[in-house]
Design a protein around this ligand. Structure first.
Ligand SMILES: [Zn+2]
Ligand SMILES: [Zn+2]
Length: 281
């Protein structure tokens, strides 16, 4: 994720992006930019993020298959196609109307398109990290609320249809859940009032991150391998496999502070103890 963040931040703050942005502002109205551009960022983040994992699942290459969190649990093509069709309908019939409704609030709270105010790389990076922190905290509590009996039975159960998650199912959820969990995604931008370009970077990365944690692969270059406070795929996979615990999406802090990762932590300890024993044998 940090690679994608770095590439996107540098690209978005480059002179090339500045010229591109001026061209977009000349060609499109403010509403087209904020609604159309934000929607395209959302879909692009999803599509780009899914491509490598769909290929991994399709070809089942052994060098990659060894990083599968739940070995040999591959999604069937029928389920993959059905899931994609459902997610596509969520994009068009739930997320697009949400962006249309939310665009007014974003303008009122200071989102700007002004080419003269394209933010620096530092500003884009700092605001994006802030959005991730707000998202993580809000998502944690809303996700826990979705696990109360009534909300789980009537709303969140849809997302838990897959106990071995895969990339295409990252946003597979009841429409009400999509709306509820959209709140922390846009809470950070509503608090800050960023440049629209920063908002596009954020939406793209947020979607990419959701795919990452649902991919079912804990790859050796995943960020959480180097930064222990990032949750990662195995962390969220545990939530799907056990239907409880590990409620946070981005960082491990909330689950550790509120005691909802005890089962996962114990499992990880048992795994590392077994690995040590295996090396000694
Ligand atoms: Zn859940
Ligand atoms: Zn999930």
């Amino acid at each position: 994720m940090i690679t994608e963040l770095t590439v996107l931040v540098l690209a978005a703050s480059s002179p090339w992006a500045h010229r591109w942005w001026v061209g977009l502002c000349d060609r499109y109205t403010e509403s087209q930019m904020i609604i159309g551009g934000t929607f395209i960022s959302l879909v692009a983040g999803y599509a780009l993020g899914c491509v490598p994992y769909v290929l991994f699942d399709w070809f089942r290459w052994q060098p990659v298959a060894v990083y599968k969190v739940q070995p040999k649990r591959y999604v069937s093509w029928r389920v993959a196609v059905e899931t994609s069709a459902y997610v596509l309908s969520l994009f068009v019939f739930v997320m697009l109307p949400l962006i249309v409704v939310g665009s007014g609030a974003l303008f009122l709270l200071g989102v700007t398109l002004d080419p003269a105010r394209i933010p620096s790389a530092t500003t884009i990076a700092m605001q994006t990290v802030f959005f991730f922190l707000v998202e993580d905290f809000g998502n944690y509590w809303l996700h826990r609320a979705l696990h109360t009996p009534w909300l789980y039975q009537n709303v969140h159960r849809v997302h838990h249809e897959h106990d071995a998650p895969f990339a295409l199912a990252a946003t597979y959820a009841h429409p009400i859940e999509v709306i509820v969990l959209g709140l922390p995604t846009f809470a950070g931008p509503l608090l800050v009032g960023p440049h629209l370009l920063t908002l596009w970077v954020w939406v793209l990365l947020r979607n990419y991150e959701a795919i990452d944690i649902h991919s079912g692969y804990e790859l050796p270059y995943n960020l959480n391998r180097f930064l222990p406070w990032i949750a990662g795929a195995e962390h969220h996979d545990y939530h799907h496999a056990h239907y409880s615990g590990n409620f946070a999406s981005v960082f491990v802090w909330c689950d550790q502070v509120y005691g909802t990762s005890l089962g996962f932590d114990a499992l990880q300890e048992r795994k590392s103890a077994a690995a040590k024993l295996g090396k000694m044998a």
